[in-house]
Ligand binder design. Structure first.
Ligand SMILES: *Cc1c(COP(=O)(O)O)cnc(C)c1O
Length: 366
C-alpha cells in the first residue's frame, strides 16, 4: 500500500463544482483584490470564530506581524513565543524589530507551558504569542491570567487551529487579535497563499487593514508606513466555499485521529493527547514521538507510508537565528521534540483501510 503524507484530491474532487463556480464569479466580477468576496469572507470567518471582525491579508506570517505592528510593538520590545513552533511565529516578531523570547512547551501537549512564562517576563515584554500547535489550543486560561496580571497583550497564532476549541470557545477568540494562515495544507486552506486577522477591536481591525494596504485608510491617503498584504478575491471566493465544509472536514480528521489513538499500541511510540472536555483538537497534524525516530521513519517509508517531521530543527538552532547565540541544550524540550517527532498521514478522504494499515505497521515496529 502506498499512502501519501497528505493529499488535497478527495477534498477538492468533492467540491470541484463549487470551486469552479467561485472562479467564474470572480472572473466575471472584474474585481480582483479586496472586493465583495473578501468582505463577505471576512464577515463569515469572523462569525465562524465567534469574533466581531476579520481582515483578509496575504498570508499567516503577515497576519502575525501586522497585528504586532498595529499594537505598536517594535524595536526594544520583547514578545514571548513558544520554543516549539513553526519558524513563522518567531520571524513575525523579528520582522517588526522586536525580540522573540522563547518559553519551553509542556511535553504532554507540545504547547507553551504557562508555568514557565512568568520567569521570562521583563520590563520590555509587550505580548505573549501562544501558538495552537498541531491543531490543539494552548492552555489559554493561565495564559490570559498571566497576561492580565502583567498588563501584556495576548496575540494568538491560530495558523494550525481553524475550528479548534478550548472550553467551548474557538481558537482565535482569546487574545486581543489572532492570526490565521490559509496556506493550502492548513485545515482551512486556499488554493494559494492567504491569511486573516480576527479581533473584537474596531480600531485594531482598521489599523491592520490599512497597514496591509500601504498604510492607506482612504485611497491615496497614507497614514502609516504600511506594506502590501491583501487577500485576493479569488482566494476569498475559494475560502468562502471551503469554510462551509470545515467543521465536517475537521470531524473527519478527528475520526482518523481517534482511530490512530485507539489502534496504536507500541511501547516505543508516544501518542498525542486526544480531544476531551476542555480541548476540541482538530489534528492539523498527528504527531507521535519515538526515540528511534529515524528508524521508524525509514521502516514506514519502506512499507509505503510517507511521514513528515514537524519540525526537524528548532528555531533557536536555525542558521537564520545564529545571532541569538543559543547552543544545543539551551531549550531541551524543544530539542527533544525536534529529535523524536514524526507526523503520520492524516488528510480528509483517507480510507479506513489506510489508517488500519498504518496502525498495523506502527504496532509491528520493533
Ligand atoms: C503556517 C504557519 C504560519 C505561517 O503561515 P503562512 O501562511 O505560511 O505565512 C505561522 N504560524 C504557524 C504555527 C504556522 O503553522
Amino acid at each position: 500500500m502506498n499512502i501519501p503524507f497528505s493529499t488535497f484530491q478527495p477534498m477538492h474532487e468533492e467540491i470541484k463544482e463549487e470551486l469552479e463556480e467561485a472562479f467564474h464569479e470572480v472572473l466575471e466580477s472584474s474585481w480582483y483584490i479586496r472586493g465583495g468576496q473578501c468582505r463577505k469572507f471576512e464577515e463569515e470567518f469572523a462569525a465562524y470564530c465567534g469574533m466581531d471582525y476579520a481582515v483578509g491579508v496575504g498570508n499567516g506570517l503577515d497576519a502575525i506581524s501586522l497585528i504586532l505592528q498595529a499594537l505598536g510593538i517594535g524595536p526594544g520590545d520583547e514578545v514571548i513565543v513558544p520554543s516549539n513552533t513553526y519558524i513563522a511565529t518567531a520571524l513575525a516578531v523579528t520582522l517588526v524589530g522586536a525580540a522573540p523570547v522563547f518559553v519551553e512547551p509542556e511535553l504532554a501537549s507540545y504547547n507553551i507551558d504557562p508555568a514557565r512564562i512568568e520567569e521570562k517576563i521583563s520590563a520590555r515584554t509587550k505580548a505573549i504569542l501562544p501558538v495552537h500547535l498541531y491543531g490543539r489550543v494552548a492552555d489559554m486560561d493561565p495564559v490570559m491570567e498571566i497576561a492580565e496580571k502583567h498588563g501584556l497583550y495576548v496575540v494568538e497564532d491560530a495558523a494550525q487551529a481553524h475550528g479548534a476549541t478550548y472550553r467551548g470557545k474557538k481558537a482565535g477568540s482569546f487574545g486581543i487579535a489572532s492570526a490565521f494562515s490559509f496556506y493550502p495544507g492548513k485545515n482551512l486552506g486556499a488554493l494559494g497563499d492567504a491569511g486573516a486577522v480576527v479581533t473584537n477591536q474596531e480600531w485594531l481591525k482598521e489599523k491592520v487593514k490599512a497597514l496591509g494596504n500601504y498604510g492607506s485608510d482612504y485611497k491615496y491617503h497614507n497614514i502609516y508606513l504600511g506594506s502590501n498584504s491583501r487577500l485576493d478575491e479569488l482566494q476569498a471566493a475559494f475560502l468562502r466555499k471551503k469554510l462551509k465544509h470545515l467543521d465536517r472536514w475537521n470531524k473527519a480528521r478527528q475520526e482518523i485521529a481517534t482511530r490512530y489513538l485507539k489502534g496504536i499500541r507500541n511501547s516505543e511510540v508516544i501518542l498525542p493527547q486526544s480531544s476531551d472536555k476542555v480541548y476540541g483538537h482538530v489534528y492539523h497534524v498527528f504527531l507521535v514521538r519515538c526515540r528511534r525516530r529515524g528508524e521508524l521513519e525509514g521502516y514506514l517509508k519502506q512499507h509505503g507510508v510517507s511521514t513528515l517531521i514537524h519540525y526537524p530543527i528548532p528555531i533557536h538552532l536555525q542558521k537564520a537565528y545564529h545571532m541569538l547565540q543559543m547552543c544545543r541544550g539551551s531549550l531541551p524540550l524543544a530539542e527533544e521534540i525536534s529529535d523524536t517527532a514524526l507526523s503520520l498521514p492524516l488528510y480528509y478522504g483517507m480510507k479506513q483501510e489506510e489508517v488500519d494499515y498504518i496502525i498495523k505497521m506502527v504496532n509491528e515496529f520493533h
